[in-house]
Design a protein around this ligand. Structure first.
Ligand code: SF4
Length: 221
């Protein structure tokens, strides 16, 4: 069976029912991710907003002209602090022990050994719980493959131009392990219930998961 993606682990931790409903649905890359990704390839060298915007238009030709302003603002935010340039980009790593796999957006020789780029603004302080989970999963994979003793990952909040170092704690690894085990159960046929603390406010699936018979997103939309 294919390894579980790190993004699935994060999604299942946020809401197992949403993870269940979204299985097999096509995922379209959001424009914000495209902007952040293209900027990240230039971090560690002088940032030229015109070149990066041109990259965006090559990667996603239908991006509207209005988005150039956003890209330029994000580039300006990132230009305020020095960043390391990466040794490698988009390196796929896997944990055979846990059956998960993901991609290190940027890889470095020393700690933090990898960077996860985010297209969201940074929280006022610290790191979002979901991003701590991402970091824990990526380190599971890195520790088992190319960076056995590594303990930290950088979370790069591109829109804010902020990078924060994450050292996952037992609670983060526990959350990750619980979500992985639940995905294994769902893959085996288990249908999860709507959690009492599900993040339903603003969820685009709110109309589809209130009944007792949950259906896959591919059957609903
Ligand atoms: S509406 Fe709530 S329970 Fe339903 S999928 Fe969304 S977050 Fe989960």
């Amino acid at each position: 069976m294919a390894p579980i993606s790190i993004s699935s682990v994060v999604a299942c931790h946020a809401c197992p029912l949403r993870y269940y409903l979204e299985q097999e649905a096509d995922h379209i890359e959001p424009p914000r991710y495209t902007f952040a990704k293209q900027i990240s390839y230039h971090l560690g060298s002088p940032l030229d907003a015109a070149i990066i915007w041109e990259d965006v238009r090559i990667i996603a030709p239908t991006t509207p002209d209005e988005c150039e302003k956003t890209v330029r603002e994000w580039v300006a935010a990132c230009a305020k602090t020095d960043r390391r340039s990466a040794d490698e980009y988009d390196v796929r790593v896997e944990s055979a022990r846990l059956g998960i796999a993901g991609v290190a957006d940027r890889l470095f020789e020393d700690e933090p050994v990898a960077a996860i780029l985010r297209s969201t603004d940074a929280p006022e302080i610290g790191i979002y719980t979901a991003d701590r989970l991402r970091a824990a999963c990526l380190l599971f994979c890195l520790n088992e493959t190319i960076a056995p003793g590594a303990t930290s990952v950088a979370i790069e909040y591109v829109p804010s131009g902020i990078s924060r170092t994450c050292i996952p704690q037992p609670r983060d690894r526990r959350n990750a392990l619980r979500a992985i085990r639940l995905i294994e159960k769902i893959r085996a046929g288990h249908v999860p219930h709507k959690p009492h603390d599900a993040p339903c406010d603003g969820c685009y699936l709110a109309d589809h998961c209130t009944g007792t018979s949950a259906k896959r997103l591919t059957d609903l939309l």
